[in-house]
Design a binder for this molecule. Structure first.
Ligand code: TMP
Length: 220
């Protein structure tokens, strides 16, 4: 963590279809219209990022880039790619905003790596989690991580209604294991501030809960 940092770094997490993208945009909009922190910048961003490594990762997630034989790379390769993208993302997009006293809200960060790559490792348990944690040990720590907790069945319905082809991790059994992992996220990241909120209800309902978590962290 940089000592010169004066901004706020917030991360939204959850299974696919939980609403992290929508809620990231809503929180950013709210902080901008509220005047944020005296006009300092509010930046909504995401992982995989829009940088070069993030774009490559998105090609893997959508099946446009595969190994010979048509398979996606294994979990360790994916964890390394996500970690490389994270370093690039922090350096090029996150740190400059924090240094200017702004707020960064990221749709996913390293909790996604702990959850998705450990669950997809098929090894279950602490060994994979520890490997991924070590890999990300130099990643800047968020000030707040909000987990949007939604039942895997409801999330599946939301994903189906989008009508987009399923990405790499969007199988129902994987999503069920991910939902369980996210509920216990604090156990895996004991030094981070993690709040799990109920993500059922309307976009406005969930936004209110996210905003309450934000204010409780920074404004009480
Ligand atoms: P999304 O942009 O639709 O959220 O898709 C990103 C996908 O990538 C989602 O399924 C979660 C996954 N992911 C990981 O597996 N590991 C990571 O570290 C990150 C940031 C995302």
């Amino acid at each position: 963590m940089s000592d010169a940092r004066t901004g706020r770094f917030v991360v939204l997490e959850g299974i696919d279809g939980a609403g992290t993208t929508t809620q990231t945009a809503r929180l950013a909009e709210r902080l901008r219209t509220d005047g944020g922190r005296g006009g300092s910048p509010v930046r909504a961003t995401r992982e995989p990022s829009d940088g070069p490594i993030g774009s490559l990762v998105r090609q893997v997630l959508t099946g446009r880039m595969v190994n010979p034989g048509g398979r996606a790379p294994g979990w360790t390769t994916m964890a390394l790619l996500f970690a490389a993208d994270r370093m690039d993302h922090v350096e090029s997009e996150i740190e400059p905003v924090l240094a200017a006293g702004g707020v960064v809200i990221s749709d996913r960060y390293d909790a996604s790596s702990l959850a998705y790559q450990s669950v997809s490792s098929g090894r279950g348990g602490e060994q994979a989690v520890e490997w991924i944690r070590q890999l990300n040990r130099h990643a800047l720590r968020p000030d707040l991580t909000v987990v949007l907790d939604l039942s895997p069945d409801l999330a599946a319905t939301r994903r189906e209604s989008r009508g987009e082809p399923a990405q790499l991790y969007e199988q129902n059994e994987v999503q069920r294991a991910l939902a369980a992992f996210y509920r216990d996220l604090a156990k895996h990241m004991p030094d981070d501030r993690i709040v799990v909120i109920d993500a059922t209800g309307s976009v406005d309902d969930v936004h209110r809960r996210v905003y309450d978590a934000y204010r409780a962290r920074f404004e009480s």
